[in-house]
Design a protein. Structure first.
Length: 141
């Protein structure tokens, strides 16, 4: 079930590449449950929140939880997936329990789990492929 809808983010599409670049810069940052800074580490939704806070409109209120991000974005067809779109997974038996930022070439950047570091992974990896719920867009069409 989808979380209740939130106001859609409708970010400037010109910021897609900045979001991808920011996410790539954070690779190897330690995972921390509830973390949302490079110094303190990241969890999956904290990473996404931080990436989008770094864009030009950093003052905007951004979602924090994975479910809130899903609720504030619109579904994207697989054939239309673009760099900077969000990808969602069911990793804990709960829909929208994990997320990452799509960076192209079937790859996404995410903060995996306790003991891990922010890293790039492939949507085609068996673990993610079997738990993939689809992509969503936070940019204006």
């Amino acid at each position: 079930p989808m979380p209740p809808s939130l106001p859609l983010l409708d970010l400037d599409p010109a910021e897609r590449e900045a979001a991808v670049a920011q996410a790539m810069l954070l690779v190897n940052t330690p995972y921390t449950y509830g973390g949302n800074t490079p110094q303190g580490g990241f969890d999956c939704s904290g990473l996404i929140q931080y990436v989008f806070q770094q864009l030009s409109d950093g003052a905007r209120r951004l979602p924090r939880s994975t479910a809130q991000w899903a609720a504030a974005s619109v579904p994207v067809d697989e054939s239309a997936l673009q760099r900077g779109d969000l990808v969602f997974f069911n990793t804990s038996g709960t829909p929208f329990s994990h997320m990452g930022l799509y960076v192209g070439g079937e790859q996404f950047v995410h903060a995996p789990s306790t003991g891990g570091t922010v890293r790039k992974a492939a949507l085609t990896e068996r673990y993610f492929a079997t738990r993939y719920l689809g992509a969503r867009r936070v940019f204006a069409a």
